[in-house]
Design a protein around this ligand. Sequence first.
Ligand code: ZN
Length: 79
Amino acid sequence: MKRFTCDELAEHLTAYLEDALDRPARDGVRAHLACCEGCERYFEQFRVTIGALGDPPPEKLPADVRARLLSAFRERRRL
Ligand SMILES: [Zn+2]
């Protein structure tokens, strides 16, 4: 299983939500979310944002949405 730092997690989260990760990476994301409260909370925000895009959500995240989510994550890390 891969182990991610919080920063690496951010880079993988969009791919995770698009179901574009291989299995070890996906397990690594899950494991990180299970033990990191900050990222877990952020992940929930991700899901809400993506849920707002439609049902079912688009297969690929629009680039602007992805950029917004990633910059929100980096913002959080700076606090
Ligand atoms: Zn984390």
